[in-house]
Design a protein around this ligand. Structure first.
Ligand SMILES: CC(C)(COP(=O)(O)OP(=O)(O)OC[C@H]1O[C@@H](n2cnc3c(N)ncnc32)[C@H](O)[C@@H]1OP(=O)(O)O)[C@@H](O)C(=O)NCCC(=O)NCCS
Length: 168
């Protein structure tokens, strides 16, 4: 499992001791507003951290550490080996928002996807109302490709997603 470093972040595998830090953001309704999971119970966070130690083939899951504290997660998932395609997503604790940290983490994972995971195309989707996430994807250099209708069923509501992607 890889570790990635950026100017302000360490992206590293999750560890059992991360449960408290993960639960702080994963149980926050504001953080998970546009996610298809959460707000987590403590049991759900414990299960996530336990599973994170042994991700499925093609899943690269990183704890995002800033100044010694876990402030979020980034996941890169290989969706098709033959065509070298993948998708990524991210979530940060509210206390970490607004400082360019998500963009820094996304850029590191995109570089990892192309340079080390051997992917040719990497996509990400976000909710149309999630302006911060749209900006992250634009600043990371992904291109808007279109609107996916009723793509996720989140807490009883069908939601569109905006598709962004970059090719190598
Ligand atoms: C979306 C998220 C990752 C952004 O993290 P972040 O570290 O604050 O992102 P950055 O600081 O790198 O960039 C955010 C950009 O969005 C802008 N932004 C944030 N909220 C905004 C809003 N409501 N309206 C307009 N712009 C907004 C910021 O100004 C910044 O752009 P700028 O650099 O041009 O000023 C973070 O809010 C988060 O984790 N949210 C919860 C989980 C989530 O939604 N994940 C994405 C799922 S697709």
């Amino acid at each position: 499992m890889s570790e990635l470093t950026t100017a302000r972040l360490l992206l590293r595998p999750f560890e059992p001791g991360d449960v408290t830090a993960v639960h702080a953001y994963a149980s926050d309704p504001e953080v998970v507003r546009y996610m298809d999971w959460g707000p987590n119970t403590l049991a759900e966070t414990e299960a996530f951290v336990a599973d994170a130690a042994d991700p499925a083939e093609g899943v690269h899951l990183f704890a995002v550490e800033h100044e010694g504290h876990v402030v979020g997660a980034v996941e890169l998932r290989v969706t098709n080996h033959i065509h070298a395609r993948g998708e990524f997503g991210y979530a940060l604790a509210r206390s970490a928002w607004g400082r360019g940290l998500a963009t820094e983490a996304a850029a590191a994972v995109l570089a990892f996807a192309f340079d080390r995971a051997g992917l040719h195309r990497v996509a990400a989707t976000c909710d149309p109302a999630n302006t911060g996430s749209r900006r992250v994807l634009e600043k990371t250099g992904l291109t808007y490709e279109g609107r996916l209708k009723d793509y996720l069923h989140i807490r009883g509501q069908w939601r569109d997603r905006l598709l962004y992607a970059a090719t190598r």
